[in-house]
Design a protein around this ligand. Structure first.
Ligand SMILES: Cc1cc2nc3c(=O)[nH]c(=O)nc-3n(C[C@H](O)[C@H](O)[C@H](O)COP(=O)(O)OP(=O)(O)OC[C@H]3O[C@@H](n4cnc5c(N)ncnc54)[C@H](O)[C@@H]3O)c2cc1C
Length: 336
């Protein structure tokens, strides 16, 4: 079968690697090869990534930049630490390029027209936020704006990961360490327009030098609502169908996990759509939690959802990379 994979993010690149031996795969990526990168803080859970990469013959240690031990959480300028379980930054563009090394890649090709549908038996929409080939999300598509800077610090302010949740859990500011004094510093925020100012103030306070500015919206709509997942011979995978954990904005591993579900159901789109919804059911709770907090809704909802989410963190620490105690979870989810 001839398959076009449109988009070379974690979803498209990992799916291509999984299918490379059994199908005729062609990847289309709108960025150029020389400047190819990924607007992302490059943070991920070591253990799940190690497991998924083994399946395609790659070793995650070849890509790790910083392996975290503790997360500094800043609540109203009081900092406490949460134990990490493998949260690491890694060289994401290098990994994505290596994942597609066995298939034909067309860089610099922005696919918008449906002509590609006629040339291939199956077309994968792995274009993330754009959903370039799938129709728009049927209901409300919940996107939050983000901004991020690659920053060089002479004296990095933290030796590990740092986050500062915003009021009403409308988003957070992050400092994700890379190597040689570099870090990604950014923020996403659904309600308060101040986040750009907060990031710039953070960089200034610690004498950082901005090397590059980037940003794009992030889709928080979970898979159960980011429908349709397929139409005609087009199937979506990754952030295009909502595989971002709404509480953390974590989308790398969930998008690769979705690619695995698609690989197992490549000729059964209806079944794929069902397993996708069921595998990421907890994303709906996280999405409801974020919306309730933003709307300032009642404490009863907060307690029940916070407990469910705590259980989720415990069961999925291999990919979230964090291992909070129940008190940590309640403290972090409370703001303010
Ligand atoms: C600022 C920021 C920081 C983040 N930090 C993290 C983090 O630290 N950890 C984490 O787990 N998640 C993070 N995320 C989320 C994560 O980056 C995404 O959810 C994840 O990369 C989604 O993977 P994907 O393959 O579905 O889509 P993407 O990674 O968005 O990849 C889509 C690809 O498709 C290409 N493309 C788009 N349209 C077309 C077209 N028409 N034709 C051809 N190519 C096209 C794009 O150039 C891109 O390469 C962050 C997101 C943002 C915005």
């Amino acid at each position: 079968m001839k398959i076009a994979v449109v988009g070379m993010g974690p979803a498209g690149a990992y799916l291509s690697a999984l299918l490379a031996d059994n199908y005729d795969i062609e990847v289309f990526e709108m960025q150029n090869k020389e400047t190819f990168s990924s607007i992302c803080a490059w943070g991920t859970g070591y253990y799940k990534m190690e497991e998924l990469l083994k399946d395609v013959g790659l070793n995650f240690d070849d890509y790790v930049i910083h392996r975290g031990k503790e997360l500094y959480v800043d609540l109203k300028n009081r900092i406490f630490t949460v134990k990490l379980y493998g949260l690491s930054t890694f060289n994401k563009p290098k990994l994505l390029k290596d994942l597609v090394s066995k298939v034909k890649v067309n860089y610099g090709k922005c696919i918008r027209s449906h002509a590609v549908r006629e040339a291939f038996e199956l077309v994968i929409d792995a274009t993330g936020i754009y959903r370039a080939l799938l129709p728009p999300v049927e209901g409300e598509d919940f996107l939050i704006p983000t901004v991020q800077y690659l920053v060089k610090f002479k004296h990095p302010p933290f030796d590990d990961f740092y986050v500062k949740p915003f009021k009403s859990y409308s988003g957070y500011l992050w400092f994700f360490p890379l190597d040689n004094g570099y870090a990604h510093v950014g923020a996403g925020d659904a309600r308060y327009g101040k986040y750009v100012y907060e990031v710039l103030a953070f960089i200034k306070r610690y004498n950082g030098e901005v090397v590059r500015k980037m940003g794009r919206p992030l889709r928080l709509t979970p898979p159960s609502l980011a429908t349709p997942h397929y139409i005609n011979n087009i199937i979506g995978v990754g952030e295009s169908v909502g595989t971002v954990f709404p509480l953390l904005g974590e989308g790398i591993l969930p998008s690769m996990m979705a690619a695995k579900l698609l690989k197992d159901n490549i000729d059964r789109p209806k079944r794929y759509s069902e397993v996708l919804k069921s595998r990421f059911k907890r994303f709906e709770d996280a999405f409801r939690f974020v919306k309730l907090k933003m709307e300032g809704r009642n404490l009863m909802h907060f307690a029940i959802l916070a407990l469910k989410l705590h259980r989720y963190f415990k069961a999925n620490r291999d990919h979230t990379g964090v291992d909070p105690s129940i008190l940590d979870t309640l403290k972090v989810l409370k703001p303010f």
